[in-house]
Ligand binder design. Structure first.
Ligand code: C5P
Length: 236
């Protein structure tokens, strides 16, 4: 049993990194049945996008609430209860042990999967040192991944480069959700460590998160279909 869904299309999560609910709804309409899973992050969530979670869920889509929660335990647990009621399928929290335990408590038996963000991919060893950490990125990612598994987290967000190592560390049941995906020929933008969809699947990703290569494509639907085809042809 692995954490990946059976159908390749359900492994593509399109990030709705757009400035308004109107723009997001127009993109969802344009993508139609080519996309089954959407991610709502800071930009859209703080522009009224939280209300879109229930709307998308009611229309049969799955929603990843990429809200990266981190606060005192009681606040996290109560916030997760609210998000669970909204109909979201995935939610991110920062992978601090107290925060992860509170999120698992708040989720209860709801069908919401809690994903831990180990160390933000924009951080390197010097950034961690500046923030007061004794561990470097590799050691801190591993420590947090072990804690996530022990606490009962449902998955981790990680770069494609980290996926194989984390898979070996946490086993088959935690979902590995991988952003930084660039199909052949698409612009890398500000992403530094990129992989193609096929490379990320081969490295152990269960789900791929893609925003700009779909949103900025001349034909977003064709771009999504091409990624799904690549997932289907890839060998895990
Ligand atoms: O446009 P692009 O495909 O680079 O977007 C990737 C999405 O994944 C963005 O919403 C970004 O915030 C998110 N993400 C990421 N790297 C992480 C965690 C999340 O790119 N480490």
């Amino acid at each position: 049993m692995t954490a990946a869904p059976a159908h390749p299309r359900d492994r593509l999560i399109v990030g709705l990194d757009l400035p308004s609910v109107e723009a997001a709804e127009a993109m969802v309409a344009r993508l139609g049945d080519s996309v089954t899973f959407y991610k709502i992050g800071y930009q859209l969530a703080y522009a009224g996008g939280l209300a879109l979670i229930g709307k998308l869920a009611d229309s049969g889509k799955k929603v990843f609430a990429d809200l990266k929660l981190h606060d005192i335990g009681n606040t996290v647990a109560r916030g997760v209860e609210s998000i669970a009621r909204s109909g979201a399928s995935f939610l991110t929290v920062h992978a601090y042990p107290q925060t992860m335990a509170a999120a698992v408590e708040g989720r209860g038996t709801a069908p919401l999967r809690i994903l831990g963000v180990t160390v933000l991919t924009s951080y390197d060893d010097a950034d961690l040192r500046d923030a007061g950490y004794a561990l470097g990125v590799t050691a801190l990612v591993e420590a947090r991944a072990r804690a996530a598994k022990a606490i009962g987290i449902d998955g981790l967000v990680c770069s494609g480069e980290e996926a194989a190592r984390l898979r070996a560390l946490v086993g088959p049941n935690l979902a590995l959700v991988v952003p930084g995906i660039r199909p052949q020929g698409s612009a890398s933008g500000d992403q530094k460590r990129i992989m193609t969809p096929a490379q990320a699947i081969a490295a152990g990703a269960d789900y791929l998160v893609v925003a700009r290569p779909v949103l900025a494509a001349a034909d977003p639907r064709a771009a999504a279909d091409a990624i799904v085809d690549e997932i289907a042809a890839a060998h895990a």
